[in-house]
Design a binder for this molecule. Structure first.
Ligand code: CMX
Length: 458
């Protein structure tokens, strides 16, 4: 909490004296921050390596390692009740203090990336500088364009994204430097270059996939060097004039950027990165974890499910009818998409932030699908509690993320997880930089067979 107060105070000071605002680059800021963290970790290793912070129970091993505190992750920490905090800042804090785009109100990917990487709130000048740097690096290599263009439109957009990201490793500066031979203490600087190059290229890659699949033959617009990353993404998708959608994309992508390290995609990036695979290969692997319906694909599933509900219950949407449909889903052995969470035990603050976005815009009050999603969130927790299985009966971010995209015209819900993939790069790639800066080792947990586990108990 002290750290949060300090961050918020330093922001109000810098807002009051903008001409003193720092214009140090992201790399320079990291250079200043890293030695302190390295020292903190060195002390932990030398003074507390044997300190016990919890037990390993059989239920952890057979229960997908739920609850096991077993990973270092710098950018964010998830509290089961309160939700996510990014270096101590909650989502409402971030919405107050992180810079937005010129002409916009919502936080943007660059300011969130800066906070995740450095633990500091960037000045407006730093945010703009980073936007420009990313825009300048945003073009795809021609061979990746050709590769993506050669994929069948019937191949799921997430598969295409993973293929494209993996192919970008052709230009990995980390891999090239490693081959030549570099000192371990320098790894992070090459990692940072790769991570920024990848983040910069994601909008062009993701938008190219969208156009190929849904609007074949439409040429990809040029990247505008004066726009922020997501302003450009929206333009490349063909929604540049749709200010509401662009603002929504900015908010959604920024607040979805990290959710601590144990979730399947973040953990995959970390695991693969620990072998010193470059960020492209590591994040490509992460995208395939994100593509599962229990994880990132849930945002596509929610819309599919809500539309099926709408079709069945018609225009007279009552709590009673929604309840019946929820029970029908549960009794058929399916999960209710958009509800439950591996860690959270309360409504997801990201869900709340997106609902606030909807509540503040009168045009969204008229959307039947947004209203259905909202009404479902009023009924589902009680039904899931009565069902008695899920440890968290409340909506997660995916319950609402897709319906706003749909309302504002991005209607192809098979594409929604790609947007999540663009977003989650912010956190997963931040951790790759920190993992190298802190010299974290190859990840290698011990596995046990059922027999071996039994022997340990008896
Ligand atoms: N509907 C029905 N049943 C659910 C449920 C839901 N929304 N959420 C959990 N359950 C069930 C589980 O399937 C499990 O059943 P079994 O004991 O038969 O295996 C039981 O409740 C206990 O699960 P849990 O401990 O509460 O939840 P987990 O940590 O195992 O799983 C999650 C978490 C998200 C996979 C699960 O809640 C789920 O499947 N939700 C729907 C899909 C979804 O919205 N995913 C997006 C998550 C957010 C993200 O990844 O970003």
């Amino acid at each position: 909490m002290l750290r949060r107060a300090h961050l918020l105070a330093s922001v109000s000071r810098s807002n009051g004296s903008k001409r003193f605002a720092s214009t140090k680059s992201l790399k320079e800021t990291l250079q200043e921050v890293i030695p302190g963290k390295q020292e903190q970790l060195r002390k932990l290793k030398t003074e507390h390596a044997q300190a016990v912070i919890g037990d390993v129970k059989v239920e952890n091993i057979i229960g997908g390692m739920r609850g096991l505190k077993a990973m270092l992750w710098e950018a964010s920490v998830l509290d089961p009740n309160e939700g996510i905090r990014f270096h101590g800042l909650s989502i409402p804090d971030c919405r107050k203090v992180l810079p937005s785009a010129p002409g916009g109100k919502e936080i943007i990917a660059e300011s969130m990336l800066w906070l995740l990487m450095t633990g500091k709130v960037p000045s407006e000048a730093q945010t703009r500088q980073l936007s420009r740097e990313l825009a300048e690096k945003g073009e795809l290599p021609p061979f990746v364009e050709k590769l993506v263009d050669s994929l069948p439109a019937t191949l799921h957009p997430m598969t295409q994204l993973g293929i494209g990201v993996a192919a970008l490793n052709h230009d990995s500066v980390f891999q090239a430097a490693y081959e030549k031979g570099i000192k371990k203490s320098e790894y992070w600087t090459y990692m940072l270059d790769d991570c920024l190059n990848l983040i910069a290229r994601l909008p062009a890659l993701a938008a190219r996939i969208y156009l190929n699949v849904y609007q074949p033959g439409t040429p990809l617009p040029a990247i505008n060097k004066d726009l922020d990353l997501i302003g450009n993404y929206s333009t490349l998708l063909g929604f540049g004039d749709n200010h509401n959608l662009t603002e929504y994309l900015r908010l959604y992508i920024a607040l979805h950027g990290d959710h601590e390290g144990g979730n399947a995609s973040a953990h995959t990036a970390h695991l693969v990165g620990s072998t010193l695979s470059d960020p492209y290969l590591s994040y490509s692997a992460a995208l395939f974890a994100l593509a599962g319906p229990l994880h990132g694909l849930a945002n596509q599933e929610v819309l599919r499910w809500q539309f099926a509900m709408q079709e069945e219950i018609g225009s007279d949407v009552s709590h009673e009818k929604i309840k019946e449909y929820l029970w029908k889903t549960l009794k058929s052995g399916q999960v209710v998409p958009g509800y439950g969470h591996g860690v959270l035990r309360n409504p997801d603050p990201r869900f709340i932030a997106l609902q606030e976005f909807c509540d503040a815009r009168p045009e969204l009050h008229e959307s039947s699908i947004i209203q259905l999603v909202k009404k479902t969130s009023e009924v589902a927790p009680a039904v899931l509690k009565e069902h008695g299985k899920t440890k968290n009966p409340y909506p997660n971010v995916d319950a609402t993320s897709g319906c706003v995209l749909y309302h504002y015209g991005l209607k192809e819900f098979k594409y929604y997880t790609v947007i999540f993939g663009v977003s989650r790069a912010l956190g997963a790639l931040t951790q790759l930089v920190w993992a190298r800066a802190l010299g974290l080792p190859l990840e290698r947990p011990k596995s046990l067979s059922i027999d071996a586990l039994e022997k340990l108990i008896t």
